[in-house]
Design a protein around this ligand. Structure first.
Ligand SMILES: [Zn+2]
Ligand SMILES: [Zn+2]
Ligand SMILES: [Zn+2]
Length: 479
């Protein structure tokens, strides 16, 4: 079984070098540079904190104050969530219009598009309660197939094509939906800027359209289908690989240019450039997915070994499909099962949910709060839509992302900060808010689990992250 991955043997030393955790000095340099490019002077990353690396306050914070906004390195909306909302493929802002959001959802609902079996939600049994949203009443659940009211024929179409304008929707205008320049018809953006940025960071290799730079679009479609049917975290791992390949190509072109050589001269892999391209990812990965994923409740502990073998072979299948689609000889070590396993592990274990609130929620709330005659008039039009949409009329955008700074934050069951989206936080960036006053030099902590849970339950959940919590609350409650 061990020779399942021949590449793993060919590049054993390169792969183990790529998977070696960066030294404290490298961590320090990387984050100092990241924070200075982001012009963020209020926090710093210390690689030698009490629990390995950690985030520390560089100035005082008052309760409720914004500690930082963290731009994701790579992220993706869950496949199943794509039916519920249309968001920018790069910054995850809602796009189009209120009418398009509602019409599109009703249209797909009517078509009976399956919600997809999203492995990341079912296979790891992990608690995802880390990120809370501004409005706790927000319908974040998945669709329930209650009897939905049918609408007059043509109504859904006129919502989607802009013929029907809903009352007061102009107060909730959204950026227009810009289609992917590669022609896939799958990805949309809030602006040309976001479209270009996504193209350059990963989408040029993962686009299924005619201008795609993948080596086989057929293979790519197969890879995407497999991921949608098994675990959509594979799509995110593929993004991380594309991101690294494209970074490598850019670094190499710059390097060759400086040397006065033509950028497309065939030359062997420049390993130092491959390591440099991989650096942002190297800050985040920890363990192989199949070694560390929590055993689902329906799997007996005696079946643990076969279960881990099974998900390893699932990842292997996915990787072979990806390889057929975007393989790059110079980046061959990236296509090893070991690297792939660590990438999936990175997204499954960092507990970094991507959440963006839906403007459709705000829209219907606005209608509900109108004074009497206006409310009645508006509701004559909006109420049938609300009934047809059902309970989950305003599902928020949900996905998984890797946030470089947030992933450095250590856990505490009595944290001094939390990930919390305010009214104005309308894109995919992580937002960290102070829960209590914080002094310069203090470590910024968040809770990876619901800190209201009893001691034993918290410890059990934290076991998935590979540590035993020794925060003041745990020390006090430990029996
Ligand atoms: Zn955008
Ligand atoms: Zn595309
Ligand atoms: Zn604790």
């Amino acid at each position: 079984m061990e020779n399942i991955c021949p590449i793993g043997q060919r590049f054993a030393s390169e792969i183990s070098a790529l998977l070696t955790p960066p030294s404290p000095l490298q961590v320090q340099e990387y984050f100092d540079q990241l924070l200075s490019t982001r012009k963020c002077r209020d926090i710093k990353v210390n690689p030698n904190g009490d629990f390995g690396k950690g985030v520390y306050a560089e100035s005082d914070f008052t309760e409720g104050q914004l500690v930082l906004k963290d731009q994701m390195l790579v992220g993706a909306q869950h496949s199943s969530n794509k039916i519920d909302c249309l968001v920018c493929g790069f910054c995850f802002r809602f796009i189009g219009s209120i009418e398009l959001q509602i019409g599109r959802k009703l249209y797909l609902q009517e078509l009976g598009v399956p919600k997809g079996c999203c492995g990341s939600d079912s296979s790891d049994g992990e608690d995802d309660s880390c990120i809370e949203n501004g409005d706790s009443s927000m319908a974040c659940g998945s669709s329930t197939t209650k009897d939905k009211v049918s609408l007059p024929k043509g109504l859904v179409e006129s919502l989607m094509n802009g013929e029907l304008v809903l009352p007061y929707s102009d107060k909730f205008s959204l950026p227009p939906a810009v289609p992917c320049p590669g022609g896939c018809g799958e990805a949309y953006y809030c602006s040309k800027l976001c479209a270009e940025a996504d193209w350059e960071t990963s989408h040029s290799l993962l686009c299924t359209g005619e201008r795609s730079e993948a080596i086989s679009r057929e293979a790519l479609l197969e890879f995407v289908q497999h991921a949608n049917e098994t675990n959509d975290i594979f799509l995110l791992a593929a993004k991380a690989i594309s991101f690294t390949i494209l970074r490598y190509r850019k670094l190499k072109a710059t390097y060759l240019e400086k040397q006065g050589k033509t950028p497309n001269a065939s030359s062997p892999t420049d390993l130092s450039l491959l390591f440099e391209a991989w650096k942002p990812i190297s800050m985040g990965h920890k363990r192989r997915w199949w070694d560390c994923v929590a055993l689902p409740v329906d799997v007996e502990s005696s079946d643990e070994a076969p279960f881990r073998m099974q998900i390893r072979s699932l990842a292997f299948t996915s990787l072979q499909l990806l390889k057929a689609a975007i393989f790059d000889m110079e980046c061959e070590p990236l296509f090893s099962l070991d690297i792939y396993g660590h990438l999936i592990g990175m997204f499954e274990l960092n507990n970094l949910d991507l959440v963006v609130a839906s403007p459709v929620e705000d829209y219907f709330l606005h209608i509900d709060e109108l004074p009497y005659p206006q409310k009645k008039e508006a509701e004559d039009i909006t109420q049938p839509l609300l009934d047809a949409l059902g309970d989950d009329y305003a599902v928020c955008c949900q996905g998984t992302a890797f946030y470089p700074l947030q992933s450095c934050m250590n856990h505490s069951c009595c944290p001094n900060a939390k990930a919390f989206k305010r009214e104005e936080d309308r894109d995919g960036q992580a937002t960290i808010i102070a829960l209590k006053p914080m002094c310069k030099g203090e470590e910024v902590t968040i809770s990876y689990v619901d800190e209201e849970l009893p001691f034993e339950e918290r410890q059990a959940l934290l076991e998935d992250y590979g540590f035993k919590c020794r925060c003041p609350k745990c020390m006090e409650e430990e029996p």
